[in-house]
Design a protein around this ligand. Structure first.
Ligand code: GLN
Length: 543
């Protein structure tokens, strides 16, 4: 039977529960345990797929096609354990299942209530599909005290009671703020947060205290005293230069040892974390810097592009270079004449996106990259705009467009109505639901020989994660290829263009999939690595 670690948060949101959970997962893994990480989100959307990335942050897509919370990206990057559909649940999903059951008559004769019906479904979700792990790390979204999170807290409270005491540990992440005027660290918010948690029946075993300063022993003692947590289980979680320092720091603080102690498991103090040490050393001592522009419309919130930013970070580490990101808002691109900002960059990346807003700016960025021989990397929508740009300016299809943006013009990019997944055919109608109905998750792609893509991947068959509703119209492929583009990757049956490149340009590639979901700190994604290398070549830097 797997053991469960419940991670909750208090005081304020955005303390980095996801990173904390991922780092603990990595430490337990380094001790030879098998881990799975899960996230329970208290909002009412069935999944984050229909939320704006500027509100919620990136939607992370799993191999099996689930649209999930961005924390699952941290989990995968830190542990390299492939997340599954069942690793993220929301209140919306729970209620949707509950109401389906109620209508079917599963609860016939009974009154359906939050306790026990909602909490039972939450517990079922937590306990389901856990056979292949020694530890399930279960993160509860939001902050203790949130009304909407109550059923989740109640469920883990019940589990703490129902599971053997040696099978559940509660970790609470809080904030110990530093007041610069008083020159003091304040423990009161943590005390209150623990009080709040205890008022709903949960006594934390370990406190992780985020703080911009080291927390001295006497402050730790105070927190321990007020919260009934042993002093050596009050762990400092300070701000660090690199996120990959977090597992190292936690280990130094004794976090993993305390976890094993709480479970009554044998442990050795020492743990070999050489690979993490090397990674951090590399991360903190780059040999130079390249400047990459990201031209997108969600630039107001860098979490909206979390995996992208991390993939560039990984590619930088793989090339011993720091990647500086210049954020360029595609919505205001033309208004602000942003091409002048592109003069200072060594690479242009146009990421995924939805809707017509900001598309003109993205197309202008693709034109600039093509005409000025700047490395261009288009992801999903970034590929589609590169194709529209080439159709207009190279193939002479002046009104080339996507049916996503307008009814008018020549649709070189159009709605995908039918595609195959293995032996299954999936269909979509224009009027169908928007939630969860895109071409989602892992699909195979065949790469043609003698192409940039083939050189980058070094193989002919790849699979990558997708999240799109539109695709390049195959009817125009021949005409586009005559004008200079090369469709170097397609679905194995040849019907869906997956990779496009421009052989007349030093480095220009567009991909219909999202490689950023598969990049790892210990194994940078080959396209990102090659893109950063191309940017280094342009800037005159050598590896
Ligand atoms: N909006 C485009 C589509 O649905 C691109 C999606 C994306 O960039 N993820 O096809």
């Amino acid at each position: 039977m797997a053991r469960f670690i419940f991670i909750t948060g208090g005081v304020v949101s955005s303390l980095g529960k996801g990173l904390a959970s991922a780092s603990l997962g990595a430490l337990l893994q380094a001790r030879g345990y098998k881990v799975r990480l899960r996230k329970l989100d208290p909002y009412l959307n069935v999944d984050p797929g229909t939320m704006s990335p500027t509100q919620h942050g990136e939607v992370f897509v799993t191999d099996d096609g689930a649209e999930t919370d961005l924390d699952l990206g941290h989990y995968e990057r830190f542990t390299d354990v492939t997340a599954r559909k069942g690793d993220n649940v929301t209140t919306g999903q729970i209620y949707s299942d509950l109401i389906t059951k109620e209508r079917r008559g599963d609860y016939l004769g009974g009154t359906v209530q939050v306790i026990p019906h909602v909490t039972d479904l939450i517990k079922e979700f937590i306990l389901n599909d856990t056979d292949d792990a020694d530890f399930i790390l279960c993160e509860i979204g939001g902050t203790v005290g949130d009304i909407e999170a109550l059923p989740f807290f109640e469920s883990i409270r019940q589990l703490g009671y129902e599971l053997d005491r040696n099978n559940a540990v509660f970790v609470h992440l809080t904030l110990v703020p530093y007041l610069s005027a008083a020159k003091e660290l304040k423990t009161k918010p943590t005390q209150h947060s623990v009080k709040e948690l205890r008022s709903i029946g949960i006594q934390p075993d370990i406190l992780l205290c985020r703080s911009e300063k080291e927390i001295p022993e006497n402050e730790k003692r105070k927190i321990a005293l007020f919260s009934n947590v042993p002093e050596d289980c009050v762990i400092t979680a300070p701000d660090l230069k690199s996120i990959y320092q977090v597992p190292l720091r936690y280990h130094r603080e004794g976090f993993d040892v305390q976890i094993l102690k709480r479970f009554g498991l044998p442990y050795q103090e020492k743990l070999n974390l050489d690979k993490w040490e090397k990674l951090v050393e590399n991360d903190l001592s780059p040999k130079g810097e390249v400047n990459i522009a990201i031209v997108g419309k969600y630039t107001g919130l860098s979490d909206a592009y979390k995996s992208l930013v991390e993939s560039l970070h990984h590619a930088g580490m793989a090339n011993n270079i720091k990647v500086k990101i210049s954020w360029i808002n595609s919505r205001t691109f033309l208004l602000e004449n942003s091409t002048k900002k592109l003069k200072e960059v060594h690479g242009i990346l146009v990421p995924g996106g939805f809707g017509s807003d900001g598309v003109k700016g993205k197309i202008a960025a693709a034109t600039y990259a093509r005409e000025n021989n700047i490395p261009y990397f288009g992801i999903c929508l970034g590929m589609q705009v590169a194709v529209i740009e080439a159709a207009r300016n190279l193939a002479g299809i002046k009104d080339a467009n996507s049916s996503e943006f307008t009814e008018d013009g020549t649709h070189v990019v159009g709605l995908m109505t039918e595609w195959s997944r293995g032996s299954l055919i999936e269909y979509r109608k224009k009027t169908g639901d928007l939630g969860g109905t895109m071409r989602l998750g892992n699909y195979d792609c065949s790469i043609k020989p003698n192409t940039l893509a083939r050189l980058i991947y070094g193989k002919a068959k790849i699979n990558e994660r997708h999240r799109h509703r539109y695709e390049v119209n195959v009817d125009y492929v021949e005409q586009l290829e005559k004008s200079g583009l090369k469709f170097s990757g397609t679905s194995p049956d040849g019907t869906l263009p997956e990779i496009v490149e421009n052989p007349n340009h030093p480095w220009f590639i567009g991909v219909q999939f999202h490689p950023e979901f598969k990049s790892r700190p210990f194994c940078a994604h080959p396209i990102f690595k090659a893109f950063v290398k191309a940017a280094m070549d342009l800037s005159g830097l050598q590896k």
